[in-house]
Design a protein around this ligand. Sequence first.
Ligand code: AP5
Length: 212
Amino acid sequence: MKLILLGAPGAGKGTQAETISKELGIPTISTGNMLREAIQNQTPIGLEAKRFMDNGQLVPDDVIIGIVEERVARDDCRNGYILDGVPRTIAQAEALERFGVTIDNVVSIEIEDAVIEKRMSGRRVCGRCGASYHITANPPKTDGVCDSCGSELVIRKDDRPETVRERLEVYHRLTEPLKGFYEARGKLRIVNGNQPIETVHREILTALGKGV
Ligand code: AP5
């Protein structure tokens, strides 16, 4: 199964990817998490990406295409993977096709901008493993501590309201056209993201033909 989770910032891609990854036994490839790790490790890619990410802009396509091509070639991707946050432009989607990646399904998690802006103020993420929580909709078992790895939860720098608005504008301009790209290939499924996390999850499994 090669699955793309598409959706605006804060639509719930990372939250859903985490559960589906465990259920289907395939890794999640989150370019956002990979870039944040590169920033933390102060690698050349991290240093280049930081100035774009802090301003809510997309990191250049050639950087993303390079890291994704290398990642999907690794052994753990043999039985498939979930792409979370990539592709984000038509050029990235075309690059995937050039490397011979055949996508089985694209699920677009849809939600209005106003709900997202409100939701993002309650997001907390693990500073180490990138797991995503919400202070009311998806709280950790212990306040401020990651359930998965025990590290401290932090507020992402790009979750400031003005940066969220910029990210939404970039999403509508550069990423939303991917819906038409994948619809033309018969791969697109739409799920309403403005529902409880478990309901969104069930609808995604149904869209993938794995519902109960
Ligand atoms: P990235 O890390 O990919 O961020 P994003 O796409 O903007 O997505 P988010 O992580 O903000 O949201 P999400 O949809 O995963 O939502 P989540 O599950 O966390 O990218 C960051 C930056 O990196 C980009 O701006 C760009 O600069 C760069 N970048 C990354 N990939 C790139 C690429 N391919 N090309 C170029 N640049 C790239 O949920 C959000 C919150 O809501 C959480 O608190 C969660 O608990 C809560 N929540 C989730 N679902 C629900 C629900 N159903 N009800 C209530 N609350 C919910």
